[in-house]
Write a protein that binds this ligand. Structure first.
Ligand code: NAP
Length: 252
């Protein structure tokens, strides 16, 4: 059984919620972060508790350092941190680069890149044997978009996820001798609310026929990969970026 506290950002819906439910089953005390949807976060925590697991809920915007510090203080109050899943992420409406406002770009980078790096910073302070910690795991959420570039859709988002790939490799090397493994998954088209939030509610249905497996992936399929990367089964896997894309984007 897994032990300790696992903080999952953006765990009220989608991939984060599926990861939280599996993590609860695996034995972690799951900290379910959300930004606006408290009811959904409470439902995830309730699902974990009714299966005999432990979970708590914390509001916080990963675009805010103050909120991140508060989220980690909440996690500390639950017990020893064992890991972090940097899952919270956003897309914006389809646009060309020559249509993107500075405000949009700053939001995209603040939530998708800086938020993940600041969360990882706080996790390393707690997990690193150099700081008296017992080690642990960090899993970042990249995207197949990092390889595909997402032209005329959201090159800004794709670029942010490219940064997550580089961050994963760099941090993995930086803390490899300190008991921390840092990995990422690169989901392809996964059936969650994110497509509707980018103004494309029918994206999954429209794309399925063109996908190599003729279907989108599920949040649970991503969650299983994340839980494996966190587990001792992956004890020599660090700095890895695992494609969970049904072969959508497997070329470098
Ligand atoms: P989703 O269904 O849209 O859910 C997003 C989650 O993130 C929600 O729990 C939301 O909380 C939370 N969130 C949004 N902004 C936040 C913020 N500023 N601070 C804290 N939490 C925030 O997303 P998803 O599809 O599961 O995506 C999860 C991750 O996978 C993202 O990093 C995404 O880029 C990546 N990904 C997804 C796909 C895909 O096809 N779905 C493909 C590749 C990569 P509320 O419920 O409170 O709003």
């Amino acid at each position: 059984m897994a032990e300790g506290v696992l903080l999952i950002t953006g765990a009220s819906r989608g991939i984060g919620a599926a990861t939280a439910i599996l993590a609860g089953r695996a034995g972690y005390h799951v900290v379910v972060n959300y930004v606006g949807n408290q009811a959904a976060a409470e439902t995830v925590a309730g699902t974990i508790a009714s299966a005999g697991g432990r979970a708590s809920v914390v509001q916080g915007d990963v675009g805010s350092e103050a909120d991140i510090l508060r989220m980690f203080a909440h996690a500390d109050a639950q017990g020893r941190l064992a890991g972090l899943v940097n899952n919270a992420g956003v897309v914006d409406l389809s646009a060309r680069v020559d249509e993107m406002s500075l405000e949009r770009l700053e939001r995209m980078m603040r939530i998708n890149i800086i938020g993940s790096i600041v969360c990882a910073r706080e996790a390393v302070k707690r997990l690193s044997t150099m700081h008296g910690g017992e080690g642990g795991g960090i899993v970042n959420l990249s995207s197949a978009a990092a390889k595909l570039g997402a032209p005329a859709n959201y090159v800004d988002y794709a670029s942010a996820k490219g940064a997550i790939d580089t961050f994963t490799v760099g941090l993995a090397k930086e803390v490899a001798a300190e008991g921390i493994r840092v990995n990422a998954i690169r989901p392809g088209i996964i059936a969650t609310d994110i497509h509707a939030s980018g103004g494309q509610p029918d994206r999954v249905a429209e794309m399925e026929a063109s996908l190599p497996m003729k279907r989108a992936g599920t949040a649970e399929e991503c969650a299983k990969a994340i839980l494996w990367l966190l587990s001792d089964e992956a004890s020599y896997t660090t700095g890895a970026i695992l494609d969970v894309s049904g072969a959508r984007a497997i070329l470098p």
